[in-house]
Design a protein around this ligand. Structure first.
Ligand code: CO
Length: 133
């Protein structure tokens, strides 16, 4: 298992991309809109992992709500797991709460699920199943 990516909520993807791409020197992929989550995002690979910049596409986006409440910053940490259903079962056994059903709404249609931050020490955790990356 590795950290697949760290998601950062930003007001402007272009503005943030300049800092992480041109400034920090990270590679950058093509920005994508993920309708299910109402975000426009871009991945910046770093080693085996990635930085994910997230910009809301509308007011009702969870990222928009996060920005209103907390401002820009780290939004979630994503773990890449071998088998998402198996991992959820194991996590539920120790009292972790899943926020929603597993869906194929990840980057490039990956299977993802989010865990409730109340059950993970205040950190929003995303799980993504290995495979397409
Ligand atoms: Co993510």
């Amino acid at each position: 298992m590795i950290i697949d990516h760290i998601g950062i909520a930003v007001k402007s993807l272009e503005n943030a991309a300049v800092k992480y791409h041109a400034g920090m020197g990270l590679k950058i992929e093509k920005p994508t809109i993920i309708k299910e989550h109402k975000v426009r995002m871009v991945m910046l690979p770093i080693g085996e992992s990635k930085i994910e910049l997230l910009e809301p596409t509308e007011k009702s986006s969870p990222i928009s709500k996060f920005l209103d409440k907390r401002g820009e910053g780290v939004h979630h940490i994503c773990f890449r797991v071998e088998n998402i259903e198996k991992k959820i079962k194991a996590l539920k056994k120790v009292g972790l709460e899943v926020l929603e059903e597993v869906s194929k709404s990840g980057y490039k249609g990956q299977k993802v699920v989010f865990l409730h931050p109340k059950s993970t020490n205040g950190v929003l955790i995303e799980l993504v199943e290995e495979g397409i990356s």
